[in-house]
Design a protein around this ligand. Structure first.
Ligand code: MN
Length: 260
C-alpha cells in the first residue's frame, strides 16, 4: 500500500468558503510542503457544526486556486465542511491524504465554540476517517491579513507530518492576531469553560411578521491559566488536542450504580 512518492498529500478545507482570505492564506503558507488539494464549501458555512447534507444533492465544481508557486487543484462544494472532507476522500482526491487542514478561520474557535464550528468539524471528520487533522482559527474578526497565522500554520503542519497524531485526536489551533514577532510562542491548552448568553432581537419583516436575529456575548466562566482563551489573550498560539468520542468516561461508573 505504500506510495512511491515522498510528497505528502494535504487536503485543505474550511467553513468560510473557498474564496475566503483565510483559506487562500493557508494554502499559500503550505505551498511546497506537499501536494495540496483544496475542497471547500462554495458558500460560507460558519457555525454549521458537524452537519452533513443528506436530503439534497451535493455538487462539486473545479475552481481556480492560486498559490505562490502556481495553480493547485481545487473543488468548490455545495455542502458543509464535513461534506467536503467526506466527498474529497471518497471521490475527488487521487489517494488518501496524509494530513487535512481546515481554516484559517475568520474568528476564534476557543472554548465551547468548538461545538458550533464548521472549521473544527472539517478536521474532526478527517480524524473520524483516520487521517491526521488540524483546525486553524485566527483570533480576530473580519481581517484579510493572515501572514503570521499562516507561518504558524505551516510550522504546526510540518510538526504534525513529522510526528503524527495519536489515533482519534485532532488539534484545534487558535492563533492571536498579532505581528509574527509579537507572538510569544505556542502553548498546549484545554478548552475554557464558558457559554454564550444569547439575545434574540425581535424585528418586523415587510409582511409585519416578527422574526429574530441572534446576538449575544461570550461569558468566560474559567479562571484557569491553562486554557485556550488565556493562551490567545496572552499572545500565545493555543494548541488544544480534542476528540470526538463524547462518552463521559468519568461518569460511567456512577451511571452504572443506578437502577435502570
Ligand atoms: Mn468560519
Amino acid at each position: 500500500m505504500s506510495e512511491i512518492t515522498t510528497r505528502p498529500l494535504i487536503l485543505i478545507s474550511n467553513d468560510d468558503g473557498i474564496d475566503a482570505p483565510g483559506i487562500r492564506a493557508l494554502a499559500s503558507a503550505l505551498d511546497g510542503l506537499g501536494d495540496l488539494h483544496v475542497v471547500a464549501p462554495i458558500t460560507e458555512q460558519s457555525a454549521v457544526g458537524h452537519a452533513i447534507t443528506v436530503r439534497d444533492p451535493v455538487r462539486a465544481r473545479e475552481w481556480p486556486f492560486k498559490v505562490p508557486s502556481g495553480t493547485i487543484p481545487a473543488h468548490a462544494v455545495t455542502g458543509t465542511p464535513a461534506d467536503c472532507v467526506k466527498l474529497a476522500l471518497n471521490r475527488i482526491l487521487p489517494r488518501k491524504p496524509d494530513l487535512v487542514v481546515s481554516g484559517i478561520n475568520n474568528g476564534p474557535n476557543t472554548a465551547v465554540n468548538v461545538i458550533y464550528s464548521g472549521t473544527v468539524s472539517a478536521a474532526t471528520e478527517a480524524t473520524i476517517l483516520g487521517i491526521d487533522a488540524v483546525a486553524f482559527s485566527q483570533d480576530a474578526w473580519g481581517k484579510t491579513e493572515f501572514e503570521a497565522s499562516g507561518r504558524w500554520a505551516r510550522r504546526l503542519a510540518e510538526r504534525v507530518l513529522e510526528r503524527g497524531l495519536p489515533s482519534g485526536i485532532l488539534l484545534n489551533v487558535n492563533i492571536p492576531f498579532l505581528p509574527f514577532d509579537d507572538i510569544r510562542g505556542a502553548r498546549v491548552t484545554r478548552q475554557a469553560r464558558g457559554r454564550w448568553e444569547e439575545e434574540f432581537d425581535p424585528r418586523t419583516d415587510p409582511f409585519n411578521q416578527i422574526y429574530y436575529w441572534m446576538g449575544g456575548r461570550f461569558v468566560n466562566l474559567d479562571e484557569g491559566e491553562d486554557t485556550d482563551l488565556e493562551a490567545v489573550e496572552s499572545g500565545h498560539v493555543s494548541i488544544t488536542p480534542i476528540h470526538y468520542d463524547l462518552t463521559a468516561y468519568e461518569a460511567l461508573r456512577e451511571m452504572e450504580t443506578w437502577t435502570w
